[in-house]
Design a protein. Structure first.
Length: 314
C-alpha cells in the first residue's frame, strides 16, 4: 500500500484541534501590546475563525498606527489603554485575574516582560504548580499531535519541577481530547545510569506516578528519543509496555534539549509548533514571528481548549 495515500493531510492534526475549539463561543483573550503587524494579524485571524474575542491591551496610538500601516481594520475590537509593554502586561494580568479574559496572548513585547507580570508575587497569576511551556507539534508522518515540554521556560528543572511539568502536559493532553496520555521521560539512554542523573530522575518520576503523585497518564522512562516514538526501535531494544514507541508526550531533560528537539522537528522535519504556557490561572499563548499561520491559529485553539477544560473541571 502507498503510505502517502494513508498519511494525514498537511495540518490535519491542527485542523482537528481548531475545529474542536470552534465548537464553543469565542474565548475572550487579552492580546498584550499588539503594536506590530504580526501580533494584530494573529489576533484578527483567530477572531475571524471564531476562536477568540480579542481585547487589545497597550498604547492606543501605537496599536492604531500598526493597524493603519498593515491595512487592518480593528475598529470593532475593544482597546484597553496602557502606557507601554510592561504596563500592558500588568493590565492584561489584571483582566485575567478579574475574570474578564480567559487567556493571554503575547503581542510585540519580550516574553520575559509578559511572564514577569504573570509570575509576579503581588497580583500575578501563579497557580499551585510551577509554570511550564508546551509545544503541541504537528509532525508530518505522525498520526497524532506530539507534546514537547519544557522547551522555553524552565532551564534546568529539578525532580519536583519535572513532576509539575509532567502534570501540566498531561492536563493539556486531556484538554486536547487525547484519550490515553503516554509520557516518555527522555534521556540519552533507556537504562539507569548513576552518571546520567536524568535517568535516575526519570525512574523517580515513574515511581511518583505509581504512587499517585502524578496522575492521568502512563509514564515510562528513561527512554531515548528513538525508542520513545519508534515502535521498531522499541522492539529492537526489547522495551515492552504501552509508552515505548508510542509516546504522545515527550518530557525533555532540560530546556536546551527540549528546545533543540522542537526546533529540529520544525526546521528539519517540516513540523509546526503551537506554543503555550501552562500552570498559571489562565493559559498564555506564545507565538513567534517565524510561526506559520497554521501554528498561530493552533496556539489559540489550544488555549481555548485549555480554558474550556479548566472551566469544566472547576
Amino acid at each position: 500500500m502507498d503510505h502517502a495515500s494513508t498519511a494525514p493531510a498537511p495540518h490535519a492534526r491542527y485542523d482537528a484541534l481548531i475545529a474542536r475549539a470552534r465548537q464553543g463561543r469565542p474565548a475572550p483573550a487579552a492580546v498584550v501590546h499588539p503594536c506590530d503587524v504580526h501580533a494584530l494579524e494573529s489576533a484578527l485571524d483567530a477572531a475571524r475563525l471564531g476562536l477568540i474575542a480579542p481585547v487589545l491591551v497597550g498604547p492606543p496610538a501605537a496599536i492604531a498606527a500598526a493597524a493603519r500601516a498593515a491595512g487592518l481594520a480593528i475598529d470593532a475590537l475593544p482597546v484597553v489603554p496602557a502606557a507601554d509593554a510592561r504596563g500592558a502586561a500588568r493590565r492584561a494580568v489584571e483582566l485575567a485575574r478579574d475574570g474578564e479574559v480567559v487567556a493571554l496572548m503575547k503581542g510585540s513585547l519580550h516574553t520575559d516582560e509578559l511572564m514577569g507580570a504573570v509570575v509576579a508575587s503581588d497580583g500575578g497569576l501563579r497557580g499551585p504548580r510551577r509554570l511550564s511551556h508546551c509545544f503541541v507539534m504537528d509532525v508530518p508522518g505522525h498520526d497524532d499531535p506530539l507534546i514537547v515540554t519544557d522547551a522555553a521556560v524552565n532551564i534546568a528543572p529539578a525532580l519536583a519541577e519535572k513532576a509539575d511539568i509532567a502534570q501540566n502536559a498531561i492536563d493539556l493532553a486531556h484538554a486536547l481530547g487525547i484519550a490515553e496520555v503516554r509520557v516518555a521521560i527522555l534521556s540519552a539512554v533507556e537504562t539507569l545510569n548513576p552518571k546520567l542523573p536524568t535517568t535516575i530522575e526519570a525512574a523517580a518520576l515513574c515511581k511518583m506516578a505509581e504512587r499517585g503523585q502524578i496522575t492521568g497518564a502512563l509514564l515510562d522512562g528513561p527512554l531515548a528519543l528513538d525508542n520513545a516514538i519508534s515502535p521498531e526501535a522499541a522492539v529492537i531494544k526489547k522495551l515492552a509496555g504501552p509508552v515505548a514507541g508510542h509516546a504522545n508526550v515527550l518530557l525533555a531533560p532540560n530546556l536546551e534539549a527540549g528546545n533543540l528537539l522542537a526546533k529540529s522537528l520544525t526546521f528539519l522535519a517540516g513540523a509546526d509548533a503551537a506554543g503555550i504556557v501552562l500552570g498559571a490561572r489562565v493559559p498564555v499563548i506564545l507565538t513567534s514571528r517565524a510561526d506559520s499561520v497554521s501554528a498561530r491559529l493552533a496556539s489559540c485553539a489550544v488555549a481555548v481548549l485549555v480554558a474550556a477544560h479548566a472551566c469544566a473541571e472547576a
